[in-house]
Every structure is written in C-alpha cells, then in structure tokens.
Design a protein. Structure first.
Length: 88
C-alpha cells in the first residue's frame, strides 16, 4: 500500500507531533490485536487437537484436513466472515 506523505510536507512541528502520536497509538493498537489473535489461534489449534484426540467425527476430520491443506476461508473482519458464512 502506497501512502501519500505530501500532506506532511508543509505541516508545523505541532501538527507533525500530533500526527506521530496518532500513528504510534494506532500501531500499538494493531500490535495488541495481532498478539491477541496469535493467542486465540494457538488456543483454537490446541482445542482442535485435544478434541480430535478424544472424539473422532467424520465432518470434523474433513474440516481439519481442509485446514491442514490450506483450504480455509480467510477474512479481514468479523463482518466479512459473517457475510461469507451467510453465502454458504
């Protein structure tokens, strides 16, 4: 993604500090979101592994094989996920 930096070329130091502060807060928020997603992914993988070790169901085995083969639905947001699930 290309970004247009021209809006900062004539900015005052105060405006630059404000813009920097906003971008740092956004970066912190995104880093926290990534960390939380990684924790959830780890938990969900463990749950699937534990579940598959305890109970075998054909539809779950198929879903796990699809996941392992990379046949998964990827979404950028919960809204996108809900829309894709509504299609099926």
């Amino acid at each position: 993604m290309l970004y247009d930096y021209s809006k900062y070329e004539n900015a005052t130091p105060k405006q630059l500090i404000h813009a920097l502060s906003l971008k740092e807060k956004k970066a912190e928020k995104l880093a926290l979101e990534i960390m939380n997603n990684e924790k959830e992914i780890k938990f969900l993988k463990k749950q699937l592994k534990d579940y598959s070790n305890n109970k075998r169901r054909p539809e779950l085995d198929e879903a796990i094989r699809d996941y392992e083969n990379g046949n998964v639905v990827t979404c950028r947001s919960m809204e996108e996920f809900k829309a894709k699930m509504a299609e099926d």
